[in-house]
Design a protein around this ligand. Structure first.
Ligand SMILES: *[C@@H]1O[C@H](CO)[C@@H](O)[C@H](O)[C@H]1NC(C)=O
Ligand SMILES: *[C@@H]1O[C@H](CO)[C@@H](O)[C@H](O)[C@H]1NC(C)=O
Ligand SMILES: *[C@@H]1O[C@H](CO)[C@@H](O)[C@H](O)[C@H]1NC(C)=O
Ligand SMILES: *[C@@H]1O[C@H](CO)[C@@H](O)[C@H](O)[C@H]1NC(C)=O
Length: 373
């Protein structure tokens, strides 16, 4: 099992401070007058934040590999904040996993899903996460406990409906089980993750972090300037916005006029579709499939909510989207990339993981090169 191998190599290289930043007037007198003073201060001191990924998690694995190589992300040192797939990725990175190890984590989940959930993983993703996290996480999580923040969306237990969840940022954990419950909560999509509309974390009803968290919630002190923001779903200008039959019509992201596809959302998701009618006391064990089956894609998730702030590293900013299928001459359209978030090519998951990883890796290297100029 790939996990067991990974578990043995969790010893971390903590890279110490090497450079002092010029911007702080109190430190400037300490600096030698040399051109070696670079933009980045202490290696890995700038916070890093990842949004949710849905099935574009390979992108974050690739970004992580590049940020580790460049010592932008230093396990045990860099403050990180993430939600959903971004929180899983950053937890493993804090534990010393590199990008390809993290990709193996996702591959193992897909393999497990194919082996044991032949009838489809939709509605059962939570069970796969429980299995994978129990396999992957070591007993000693002290590095994670000290440097990590995880965002969930908290429902108001005093209200009778699921409307308007609130941002809840968790930055300390009582135990390994507590952290696992947090990770299950930050990635809980109603009816998609399990047969309930919400899950419980520390006796509170919660949902996937994306419903009420953007970078403003996740970056320390809400300072999105001093925070390296990574998003997998938002597609920049180098991604073709062409809208033709390749976009399909059965996924919401595919429809050309959907504003969420090309703009930054200033209003976070409100949980208002369908679920606002259901009484909280009734919904926990209720995913009325008849209400959402056949919709595009389902009431949840309507799209992959991403940010109220323009990210720093995202597809289509530094590089065009790659070819798909691999080896063809056909460049992916933005709509296709985004459709993959909710409907990955299940028959080509290995290629899909490679493709998304490779783009994330190249994008993060390009971002880093741009920072040095
Ligand atoms: C990541 O670490 C594993 C060992 O756990 C190693 O086999 C692999 O080559 C590393 N990946 C990269 C990109 O360095
Ligand atoms: C945010 O961070 C930037 C860069 O470190 C800094 O210049 C700015 O003063 C910070 N803003 C706030 C409100 O703290
Ligand atoms: C939930 O929110 C939506 C949109 O903000 C609103 O239209 C709806 O009336 C709300 N439902 C309840 C029960 O408050
Ligand atoms: C891709 O394009 C090149 C040159 O235009 C051509 O030689 C090659 O056969 C094409 N490959 C595929 C798979 O269509």
């Amino acid at each position: 099992m790939a996990f067991n191998k990974c578990l043995r190599i969790l010893v971390l290289l903590v890279v110490c401070a090497v450079m002092v930043q010029g911007a702080n007037p109190f430190l400037s007198f300490l600096q030698r007058p040399t051109s070696a003073v670079k933009k980045q201060a202490v290696a890995g001191s700038t916070p890093v934040s990842y949004q949710g990924s849905a099935f574009l998690m390979g992108y974050y694995a690739g970004v992580t590999q590049a940020l580790l190589e460049k010592k932008v992300l230093v396990p045990g040192v860099t403050p990180t904040a993430g939600l959903s797939g971004g929180a899983y990725t950053l937890t493993l990175a804090q534990l010393g996993w590199n990008g390809t190890d993290i990709l193996s984590f996702w591959r193992a989940i897909v393999r497990e899903g194919k082996t044991h959930l032949a009838h489809g993983a939709v509605g059962r993703l939570n069970a796969l996460s429980v299995w994978a996290l129990q396999e992957a996480l070591p007993q000693d999580l002290s590095n994670v406990y000290s440097r990590m923040r995880i965002a969930v969306s908290q429902l108001d237990g005093s209200k009778t409906t699921l409307n308007n969840s609130a941002s809840w940022i968790i930055d300390s954990w009582q135990s390994r089980d507590d952290l696992i419950a947090n990770l299950l909560g930050t990635s809980y999509l109603p009816c998609y993750s399990g047969p309930t509309t919400y899950t419980i974390f520390r006796n509170q009803p919660v949902l996937d972090g994306a419903f009420s968290n953007g970078f403003k919630q996740m970056c320390p002190d809400g300072n999105v300037t001093n925070c390296i923001k990574v998003a997998s779903w938002h597609v920049g200008p180098l991604g073709s916005a062409t809208c033709d039959k390749r976009c399909g019509s059965d996924r919401l992201a595919a429809k050309c006029a959907v504003p969420e596809r090309t703009t930054i959302n200033t209003v976070l998701h409100k949980n208002d579709q369908f679920v606002d009618r259901w009484l909280l006391s009734e919904v926990q064990l209720r995913c009325p499939e008849a209400d959402w089956k056949g919709m595009d894609p389902y009431p949840f998730p309507y799209y992959v909510p991403q940010a109220s702030t323009l990210p720093d590293i995202y597809p289509g900013r530094f590089n065009p989207l790659p070819a798909w299928p691999p080896g063809s001459n056909t460049t992916l359209l933005a709509c296709q990339w985004q459709n993959f978030a909710m409907a990955p090519p299940l028959d080509r998951m290995d290629d899909f993981f490679e493709m998304t990883y490779d783009l994330g890796y190249r994008d993060a290297l390009a971002w880093h090169a741009a920072q040095q100029q």
